[in-house]
Design a protein. Structure first.
Length: 156
């Protein structure tokens, strides 16, 4: 196989790893940061503003030799619902998953209530997801509810 052909393959095919697909384009770099991809040494391919029938444009991320735990992946459901996850082993898709909001979000989201203890003490936030379909969350400590449009992520 020619080296040019191999180079094309390096980007196109993934031997083992994770493909995160159907990311709304405007959320792509938020997802990159939420997953801490900028700190990884793995081979990572990022596609931005790709054509999508469903979304108009989308982002896609391919990460070689990385398999995420549910907690890591569920973080991205806060900002990018309906993202698809493909687990690749030996160039084959062995599992397809849809990213879903977890029941609880720990240390991901900032509480919108300035009086909340989490904004005044050095402690992790905790939210209960009370409506997964519409992404409505409630602070465990002050019970303030937030909807997806108003959610602010913690600074990493």
């Amino acid at each position: 196989m020619s080296s040019k052909k191999k180079q094309e393959l390096q980007v196109a095919a993934l031997e083992n790893g994770t493909v995160i697909d159907h990311i709304p384009s405007e959320k792509l770099f938020t997802v990159v940061s939420l997953l801490g991809l900028e700190h990884m040494s793995n081979n990572i391919t990022i596609g931005f503003n790709l054509k999508s029938k469903k979304l108009g444009t989308k982002g896609i991320i391919k990460i070689a030799d990385k398999f995420f735990c549910d907690e890591e992946i569920n973080r991205i459901a806060v900002v990018a619902p309906n993202v698809k996850l493909n687990i690749i082993r030996d160039y084959e898709v062995v599992e397809k998953r849809e990213v879903r909001l977890p029941d609880e979000l720990k240390g991901i989201v900032k509480c919108a209530n300035p009086k909340c203890i989490t904004n005044n003490e050095p402690m992790a936030t905790l939210f209960h997801v009370i409506d997964k379909e519409n992404c409505v969350i409630r602070c465990h400590y002050c019970e303030k509810e937030q909807i997806r449009e108003n959610i602010k992520l913690m600074d990493n």
